[in-house]
Design a protein around this ligand. Sequence first.
Ligand SMILES: Nc1nc2c([nH]c(=O)n2[C@H]2C[C@H](O)[C@@H](COP(=O)(O)OP(=O)(O)OP(=O)(O)O)O2)c(=O)[nH]1
Length: 316
Amino acid sequence: MAVKKLIHVAVAVIVRGGRILIARRPEHVHQGGLLEFPGGKVESGETVQQALVREIAEETGLRVPAETLEPVIGIRHDYGDKQVFLDVWQTAAAEGEAEGREGQPVFWLTPEELRDEDFPAANRPIIRALRLPRTLHITGSLAGPGEGECRLDQALQRVTDGLVVLRAPGLVPEQYRRLVSMALARCSGSSVGVMLHGGPALLSEFTEADGLHLPWREAERLSGRPVAGNVRLGVSCHSAEQLRQAERLGADYAVLGPVLPTASHPGEPTLGWEAFEQLVAAARLPVYALGGMQPGHIAKARALGGQGIAGIGFWW
Ligand SMILES: Nc1nc2c([nH]c(=O)n2[C@H]2C[C@H](O)[C@@H](COP(=O)(O)OP(=O)(O)OP(=O)(O)O)O2)c(=O)[nH]1
C-alpha cells in the first residue's frame, strides 16, 4: 500500500473581541461545505508562520504581524483520502476588516458557538483547546471535612478563572460530596469551573459541575465516553497507551505527567520535556503538563504543543 504523504496545513485562529474568525470551505474542495479556520498548505521553503501570514492575507485580507502568532495545538489526522497535520496558531493582533477574498462567507463566532459537526473531523481537538484554560488547578491534600473546606475556600480566593479539579482521594464519599457542594456554591456565578474527580456516577448528583476528571484507574475500565457531550471530560495519563485510551473515551483533555519532579509525588520517575513533546505530538486531544509546574512553564508547555500546565503546588 502506498504511504500517504502528510500534508502540513497552517491553521489560523484569529481572535477579536472574544470571537474567532470562521470561513466556509467551497463545496468542490476537500472537506467542502464545512466550516474552517482560515489557512492552507505550507508551501515548500516556507515556515509555518510565513504560511499563516500569507494564507490569512490571501483568504481574508487581514494583516497579521508574524511575531504575534502563538501555538495552539498540532493535530495529525487521516481522512482516508488524505493525511493532514494541522499546525494551529493563534493571534489577537490581526489588522483590517475581514472579507472572504476567495468568495467564501466569513463570520465571527465565540468558542462556545463552534459545533464539532460543522467542521472537518480533525477540528474537534482544536475546538476543545479553544474552550480550555491554560491552567488546570488541582486540589492538594485536604485534612478532615471542616479543615478541608476552609483550606479549599482559601485556595479558591487565589483563582479568578479557569478550572479547578476537586481531587480529594483521602475523603470518604460523604465528606467528598460536602466538599463538592461547598465548591460549587463558592464558584457559582464566577468564571471558575469545578471538575469532579472520580467515577461517572458522581456527575449525575452534581449537574452544575463543569465536568468529570477521571483518574487513570477509572478511565482504564471504561470503553466509551461516560458523560454527555456538553460536559467536559478529562483523563489523567502517564504514557502513550493511556493517551490513546483518553482519545477512545472522547476526552476533552488529558493531563500527562509527571513531567518534572514534584513534591506531591516524591521519587516518581519523570517524563521530562522531550518525552512530553513526543507524546503530545502523537495525541489527538489537548494535553496539560503535570508535575513540578509553575506559571512560568505555561509558555514552555504550549511551545511544545501542550495546552498548558496542571498541578497543585503553584496555587495550593
Ligand atoms: N484551512 C483549514 N484546513 C483544514 C481545517 N480542518 C481541516 O481538516 N483542514 C484540512 C482540509 C484540507 O485537506 C487541508 C487544507 O487544505 P486547503 O485545500 O485549504 O489548502 P490550500 O488553501 O493551500 O489549498 P490549495 O488551493 O493549495 O488546494 O486541511 C481548517 O480548520 N482550516
